[in-house]
Write a protein that binds this ligand. Structure first.
Ligand code: SDX
Length: 393
């Protein structure tokens, strides 16, 4: 086999391109997901977003001292350059938060021109900290911009998730009280999104980085890829689908029939997966916590009942069973984000914050060695054979 920087392939086989990585393992048939060997359910139950970020990036669980230092460094880098706020004022308030996020992350690199070299370990470390610290602040700015509220300053006395919640839901008009139920639920959801092998956005981050483009440009490209409704944008599409069903008064069975008839491309959003042909193990964890979170928040949402009904109907229907279509991570997350108070168009932004450590870990694995080669995914040519130019022209 020959290493082409991004993919390994054996010339003896057509198109068996595969990327080698030591970060995440998925068994799609068995519904298994492990980060650096640890099962996703164990991590979701016992760890935190920053601890798992360290695991993904450095390969082992951090010692308490390592985690404390990592957390402290991130707190010390949450401030954004004041000029970046002007950037947001140039955008219409109707701009999609994912568009704002990708544009602002790309612009972030302009403040750090002296530390962008992918082969300089110090530059890679400080960029890692800056991205983890500043993406949540940029995300909260996008949220505040969308709802016309003043941007909040980070509060470094708070934990990572507490700070993020205050940036989104705090205002200068009154003190913000952190709700531990929200903190724990959001931390768990972020863990579930942290990495997922070579999905479309991660492959984008690796490929862009393989040209020696800087990490901010690579992550910005990943955010664009994630925004598509077939990928991370599905969590927003699920809520819109549930809302349409409720608003139209259409029965779940009628909607399922429209999906099966492929009416104008109607899909059961949040169902199906390129790799999982069994339950997405993350969806199990999300479904369990959906109940818990809504109960603890004292929220009852008819959309959750519709989601349950849809799932039940689909899992009992041969059309979905034959095609091995099961709920994926996006099916239930939106109901929880909505109960937390996030607007639907912020859901994929939350996915991006969750996925950031995985993107960084995968970018570092693929692109920091000096011997890294540029990625060049294989093609199988299916066009016409060589032919002479028509003399009649
Ligand atoms: C994420 O790759 C990752 O790891 C992604 C992700 C991550 O963590 O990074 O897990 C996150 O992106 C999850 C997926 C979120 N997307 C959605 O929920 C959108 C709805 N799902 C589909 O668009 C679809 O299932 C995909 C895109 C997710 C997967 O597509 P596949 O595996 O290429 O499946 P396919 O399009 O080949 O479909 C096979 C059959 C087709 O029917 P037939 O042509 O055989 O008759 O299943 C049907 C499809 O029409 N089908 C669906 C369906 N998904 C597939 N029919 C109805 N509803 C659906 N959701």
């Amino acid at each position: 086999t020959r290493q082409t920087g991004l993919t390994f392939y054996d010339p003896g086989f057509v198109n068996t391109a595969a990327t080698r990585s030591a970060i995440t393992y998925i068994d799609g048939d068995a519904g298994i997901l492990r980060y650096r060997g640890y099962d996703i359910a164990d991590l979701a139950k016992n760890s935190t977003y920053l601890e798992v970020a360290w695991l993904l990036i450095y390969g082992e669980l951090p010692t308490p001292a390592e985690l404390a230092e990592f957390d402290e460094k991130i707190r010390r880098h949450t401030l954004l350059h004041e000029d970046l706020k002007q950037f947001f004022s140039a955008l219409p308030h109707t701009a999609h938060p994912m568009s704002m996020l990708s544009a602002a992350v790309s612009a972030l690199s302009t403040y750090y021109e002296d530390s962008l070299d992918p082969h300089d370990p110090e530059a890679v470390e400080i960029s890692t900290i800056r991205l983890l610290a500043k993406l949540p602040v940029i995300a909260a700015y996008a949220h505040k911009k969308a709802i016309g509220q003043a941007f909040m300053f980070p509060d470094n006395s708070l934990s990572f998730v507490e700070n993020f919640l205050k940036l989104n839901f705090g205002t200068f008009a009154e003190p913000y009280e952190v709700n531990p139920v929200l903190v724990q639920a959001l931390d768990r959801l972020l863990i579930l999104h942290e990495d997922h092998e070579q999905n479309a956005s991660t492959s984008t981050v690796r490929l862009v980085g393989s040209t020696e483009a800087n990490i901010f440009a690579s992550i910005s490209a990943g955010i664009h890829a994630l925004s598509g409704p077939l990928h991370g944008g599905a969590n927003e599409a699920v809520l819109n689908m549930l809302g349409d069903i409720r608003g139209s008064g259409e029965s779940v069975q009628k909607f399922i029939e429209r999906v099966k008839n492929k009416e104008r491309g109607v899909k059961l959003m949040g169902f199906g997966h390129r790799v999982y042909k069994n339950f997405d193990p993350r969806a199990r964890v999300v479904k369990e916590s959906a109940d818990e979170v809504l109960k603890d928040l004292g929220v009852s949402d008819p959309l959750l009942d519709i989601a349950r009904e849809l799932e039940q109907a689909a899992l009992a229907d041969d059309y979905f069973v034959e095609r091995k279509l099961y709920p994926n991570i996006d099916f239930y997350t939106g109901v929880i984000y909505k109960a937390m108070g996030f607007p639907t168009r912020m859901f994929t932004v939350l996915f991006a914050i969750g996925r950031l450590p995985g993107w960084i870990a995968q970018w570092r694995e693929a692109n920091t060695d000096p011997g890294t080669k540029i990625g060049r995914p294989q093609q199988v040519y299916t066009g016409p054979p060589a032919r002479p130019w028509p003399t009649s022209r």
